[in-house]
Design a protein around this ligand. Sequence first.
Ligand code: NAP
Length: 337
Amino acid sequence: MVHPAETLANGPELAGIPGTPLKVSRVAVGTWAIGGWLWGGTDEAESIATIRAALDHGINLIDTAPVYGFGRSEEIVGKAIAGAGLRGRVRIATKVGLEWKDGKIWRNSRRERILRECEDSLRRLQTDHIDVYQIHWPDHATSFEETADAMLSLFNAGKIGAIGVSNCSVDQMEQFRRVAPIHVLQPPYNLFEREIEAEILPYCKKNGIATFGYGALCRALLSGRMRENTVFEGDDLRRVDPKFQQPRFGQYIAAVARLDELAQRRFGKRVIHLAVRFVLDKGITTALWGARHPSQLQAVDEVSGWSLDAATLAEIDRILHETITDPVGPGFMAPPE
Ligand code: NAP
């Protein structure tokens, strides 16, 4: 049984999305793994329980995408939320612009594709509007003007409540914004993947663009659960993720051990709490936390009510510098053009 007032009091803070009336929790549940694809499969009942558990932990934002399990993640979100009469309490963010066939994916942000995909997502999600609609990856074969104009028509028609883009540079956002506003950017961001700190995050702050940082736990590396002998099953993308290959994997695991020690010594917390606190205190609007078991969201309760001071941030940087001699970014996830 969920009691909204109580859970919001104890859960993550809320933040507004400038230019819209939307207020979202500063931690959102990400449902890529719930789609199964590239995560070694998934279990529907467990996934539905996870999405509903997110509400119990004060989360009011769910991030999904058509490509996650080729429709499966959105369908499960639809069953978990609309199927239980919870739509009014939840903000749904989904994406558009990746096409697939026979397990292969490619980018397509043409107008006609966007309009059709929106209808498909509405049907799978069992809803009449999408709160935040995001271009999943920039499509360089289509002009940003065409893509932005299609998104603007959905926004003006009330089918989407906020226009978002993902994995975009400042230059790409500039091109897009000549035609339509951007309310949300969804970039990769976690304690190990900090490329956006140089230009993208300052640009978003300056221009009133909310940021949903994805991979807050760096695909479970920052959960504290990973060991050097952890094995990934089936099509799990961590079998090819360059961070999870030795000898680099050992360096990241060593960093996590030291970060965990720091979190315990300074705050009585664990590395998973420190990792999410880190991205929030660096100024992103919302951290996307991927989960597929209800128990994985228990730790959300401990990310609010404290913050990282300058000395801790400096110590984090020192730990990363001393342990990770061969860092690598999240670029391996980019789908083909
Ligand atoms: P993530 O949040 O960094 O990691 C998620 C994984 O961490 C979970 O699947 C789980 O792995 C592990 N985990 C979570 N809670 C845990 C806990 N309490 N204890 C131990 N392990 C825990 O990675 P992500 O799912 O890739 O990113 C989050 C969301 O961002 C996605 O679901 C998606 O919505 C979005 N995203 C967007 C893009 C984009 O291009 N826009 C790209 C990537 C992700 P196991 O289940 O294996 O234990």
